[in-house]
Design a protein around this ligand. Structure first.
Ligand code: GRG
Length: 281
């Protein structure tokens, strides 16, 4: 199979997984259905379902059998994006109105809860109970990662703690996507999980770098917005020679100070160093 054929096949399997997700999220309450599916229709790269299908293809797993897992990982991703936008009070996601922007924060919280409950219920009915246990752990860890991030706002923490945050917030779901695609191949699935974990950490690091270097149009937000909301990421943590100066600037939580730190990041070697650390994973 060549790359073009794989690409075309992937596209059609991703479509099938979206239909499956819409089926899993079926409800008689129209607002809840449209709020839960809003971000699916808004866009997104579908990295997690793609990883499910690619790992299935790599191990010669029947791709039809993993459509449900592709639906599940994108569904959990949607719920976390919805809750994340409530926490950040962000009105834009995937270049469109976020769920809280469109339906208000109460419906947004409830639709995130609804998606998680529906998916857990769906998985609990499968004969193999491993996926429901795995996804419950991923969801727990994501909540832990997000709370750690809230505790760390405007603080210079250790790189180790930052990596734990990336692992919990982002990498475990990406890892489980690679695992679920290869779940029936017992001697390979843990290798895929480990690959996915490293890929997920690198993915979050690059996402954090792009917050400093990306364009408004592609980011869908102003560069430096992570730091403006207090989320201190790798490039800032690597400003080790100016650590005390950065700490003082961030402690005040004032726009001028934050802009100064953004300039320090751009004028230092830390963006390059951050890319190197991402490459290491
Ligand atoms: C368990 C519901 C629940 C919440 C836990 C809000 C929260 C607490 C965690 C936030 C997790 C989060 C949003 C992490 C960021 C991960 C990330 C890099 C998202 C962007 O992923 P892309 O680039 O987005 O794949 P698209 O839109 O392309 O799918």
């Amino acid at each position: 199979m060549n790359i073009t054929t794989i690409g075309l096949e992937l596209k059609s399997y991703i479509k099938l997984s979206e239909t499956e997700l819409a089926r899993i999220l079926e409800t008689e309450v129209d607002t809840l259905r449209s709020a839960s599916l809003h971000l699916l229709e808004a866009g997104g790269k579908r990295i997690r379902p793609t990883l499910v299908f690619l790992s299935a293809l790599c191990v010669n797993q029947n791709v039809e059998k993993v459509i449900k897992y592709a639906a599940v990982v994108e569904g959990i991703h949607l719920a976390t994006l919805i809750h994340d936008d409530v926490i950040d009070e962000s009105n834009v996601r995937r270049g469109m109105l976020s769920v809280n922007g469109k339906y208000g924060f109460k419906v947004a919280i409830l639709s995130g809860d609804f998606i998680l409950a529906k998916i857990t219920h769906f998985l609990s009915l499968l004969e193999n109970k491993e996926p429901v246990r795995l996804m419950a752990e991923v969801i727990m860890r994501m909540a832990e990662g997000e709370v750690m991030q809230q505790e760390d706002l405007f603080k210079i923490v250790s790189i180790e703690r930052y990596i734990v945050r990336c692992t919990n917030k982002t990498a475990r779901l990406i890892s489980s996507s690679a695992f679920l695609g290869s779940i029936d191949v017992l001697d390979k699935r843990n290798i895929f999980a480990e690959f996915g974990l490293n890929l997920g950490i690198a993915f979050q690091i690059i996402d954090d770098i792009l917050d400093f270097t990306g364009e408004v149009k592609k980011l869908g937000k102003l560069p430096g917005s992570d730091l403006r909301s207090g989320v201190v990421t790798l490039p800032v943590l690597l400003l080790s020679k100016k650590r005390r100066e950065v700490e003082i600037l961030l402690e005040k939580k004032l726009e001028d100070g934050i802009n100064k730190v953004i300039e320090m990041v751009k004028n230092d070697n830390v963006l390059k160093e951050s890319v190197n650390l991402a490459r290491h994973y």
